[in-house]
Ligand binder design. Sequence first.
Ligand code: SF4
Length: 372
Amino acid sequence: MEPEVTIKRRKSRQIHVGSVPVGGDAPISVQSMTNTDTCDVDATVAQIRALEGVGADIVRVSVPTMDAAEAFGKIRKQVSLPLVADIHYDYKIALKVADEGADCLRINPGNIGREDRVRAVIESARDHGVPIRIGVNAGSLEKELQRKYGEPTSDALVESALRHAEILDRYDFQDFKVSVKASNVFMTLQAYRKLASQIEQPLHLGVTEAGTFRSGTVKSSVALGGLLMEGIGDTIRVSLAADPVEEIRVGFDILKSLNLRKKGVNIIACPSCSRQNFDVIKTVNELEARLEDINESVDLAVIGCLVNGPGEAREVDVGLTGGTPNNLSYADGQKSHHIKSENLVDELERMVRAKVARQREDEEKGVILRSE
Ligand code: SF4
């Protein structure tokens, strides 16, 4: 078997967003952002819970007004996930949400304005023990940098980020993370690469305005995948013009594909062709929907025929190879039993859930043994 490639991660300083460590040797966290009206507390709480349901580590909530800041406080009390308050310019909103229990402030210090206001926000973050995220975006670069560079470039993004970082540094505030997002994949890659060698803080990766579910997923996978393979990135957000729940799913899929996080059922499936002994596409789509609630790491291979079936099925927790007259299942790398095509979805679901139950039992035994 091909030896597993280990990605050597850039060593960053660790910060905490609520209970979630970001940077250092912490698992790469996956986050999304609500797209409800923040003042609609019930809708926003429901969306945060939906994101929690699919495994989100952190959720960002936009706080454009003082009314939204009030609502943020109410939301904070009803959910357990760490919340990042997204603020632009208005330092009073930043102070308010820090008091209301925000776990991180996304605000660019250079945009706050007067020095006393900058100081007030930084001191408030320090007093509450919350980090700041500097979020630089190619679409909203400072006018001065737009003039200097003529158009958004990776150097302009990095210069902007470093300017904001220098302000925090001046106040000896080191608990921050930084993003330098562009909608262009190459600009994003270059900006993060350049920034990674210039600061020690964790990096929040993302491609901004990435697009629809399909094109956004592709762009994010290429850009974030490239950076993550180079060891760059401590937390990720996949931006999609789609349900935020999908952002979390795609984020985890990117990390799973690089063995950086293991969460949920990893389905390996052949694309199918006329050799298939059952309808591969229909089967895997049904299985994906049925197994969505599982957070444990399970590898499941569903392969249409004997050409590649046994080879793949033997390497995973639960495997299936199409065959005539019946398909053959594998459990933990060993041949298990034959399954008729009409029973495939039910039976493979049962086998995956049985595997999860065994994993949980082993974990409990391990906990008991460790505590003895
Ligand atoms: S594994 Fe078999 S069914 Fe699947 S694509 Fe390959 S040849 Fe076709």
